[in-house]
Design a protein around this ligand. Structure first.
Ligand SMILES: NC(=O)c1ccc[n+]([C@@H]2O[C@H](COP(=O)([O-])OP(=O)(O)OC[C@H]3O[C@@H](n4cnc5c(N)ncnc54)[C@H](OP(=O)(O)O)[C@@H]3O)[C@@H](O)[C@H]2O)c1
Length: 306
């Protein structure tokens, strides 16, 4: 098994490739080329969502990537997410039937027969939140998805599922990087056998989502640009890039990571995480850098949407 195919265990003996290709903010008409390039570079795990409006392009890219590399659909791991709605935004929460319909629409857009991992994008379903989860449980029972999970769920949302006597998710996809470490939540997930998938690992880079909206603070932006930053020092020490340090941190913590890049060199670099290790002293130093909540969503913390 090559390094890039290292995997985490998900649910019932399903392998989740540790490094996935993120596709948020990749335009619909660029997603096919980006995903094809990612598969050619060695990515075997692709992350999209109904809310990214690029599933059709991602599906085209998967097809083109399989043709270019000779691999089959079974060699790939594809995640997509249902947008649950959010009453506070005038966007009515999806019902059980609405969730099933959204799944069928995602499957058709991707052009696939099944999804490897289907997630609820945020806990914003309000009174419908448990009905949305029941729909995912039924899709898994019907074999239409191999694994099911959630994203941006906190312990309270997961305990709501347990209290309803429903199976717990196979995975929770949450914002995790040295500035948002969520130690209590990740230890709860580990204790409950829920795989942790980290998103926005690269927030501390000055090149993270340049020119795009987010909740990254001015202080964080100044720290990202600081030539004396600890991540720049570690990159020099290990002979890798800052991005590789940040992604390797996630991998060493036991998370899957989902780097997004439209740049060919970065794409390859972000997969190359298994030829070095961050030493204990540096892991301990990074553990002191937590600044609390995530910043990836502009103007809102998705874990707090109800
Ligand atoms: N569930 C959720 O709520 C949620 C929220 C956010 C993200 N996600 C998922 O997680 C994925 C990753 O998160 P993300 O898109 O926020 O950001 P990310 O992968 O942490 O960072 C991407 C940004 O960093 C730049 N970059 C990438 N590799 C680099 C490198 N090696 N050196 C320097 N700069 C680099 C990219 O620019 P270039 O493209 O120009 O290289 C882009 O601006 C998303 O695409 C999505 O699939 C999920």
């Amino acid at each position: 098994m090559s390094d890039v195919q290292q995997a985490l265990q998900l649910g019932d003996n399903i392998e989740l490739p540790t490094v996935g290709f993120g596709t948020f903010l990749i335009k619909p008409d660029e997603a096919d080329g980006a995903v094809e390039s990612a598969i050619i570079a060695g990515y075997r795990h692709i992350d999209t969502a109904e809310g990214y409006h690029n599933e059709a392009g991602v599906g085209e890219g998967v097809k083109a990537g399989m043709a270019a590399t000779g691999i089959s659909r079974a060699d790939l791991f594809v995640t997509t997410k249902v947008w649950p709605g959010n009453a506070a935004w005038g966007d009515p929460p999806k019902t059980y039937d609405g969730t099933i319909a959204a799944f069928e629409a995602s499957l058709a857009a991707l052009g696939h027969d099944y999804i490897d991992l289907y997630l609820i994008h945020a806990p914003s379903g309000g009174d419908e939140r448990l009905n949305q989860w029941k729909a995912l449980v039924d899709l898994k029972a019907q074999g239409k998805v191999r694994a099911i999970g959630v994203s941006n769920y906190l312990e309270t949302h997961l305990e709501e599922i347990r209290a309803a006597d429903l199976p717990l998710p196979d995975a929770d996809q949450i914002e995790l990087h040295p500035w948002s470490q969520k130690p209590a939540l990740v230890s709860y997930l580990a204790k409950n056998g829920i795989a942790t998938i980290a998103y926005s690992s690269l927030v501390p880079l000055s090149t993270w989502r340049e020119g795009q909206d987010s909740s990254k603070t001015d202080q964080m932006k100044a720290d990202s640009a600081d030539e004396a930053s600890p991540f720049k020092a570690m990159a020099k020490k290990y002979g890798v890039s800052e991005a590789q340090v940040l992604l390797r941190w996630g991998v060493q913590k036991g998370y899957a990571v989902l780097p997004k890049s439209l740049n060919a060199d970065r794409l390859r670099q972000n997969l190359d995480l298994f030829g070095f290790a961050i030493d204990d002293a540096d892991m301990a130093l990074i553990a002191t850098m937590d600044r609390g909540d995530g910043v990836a969503w502009p103007g809102v913390d998705p874990t707090k949407l109800g």
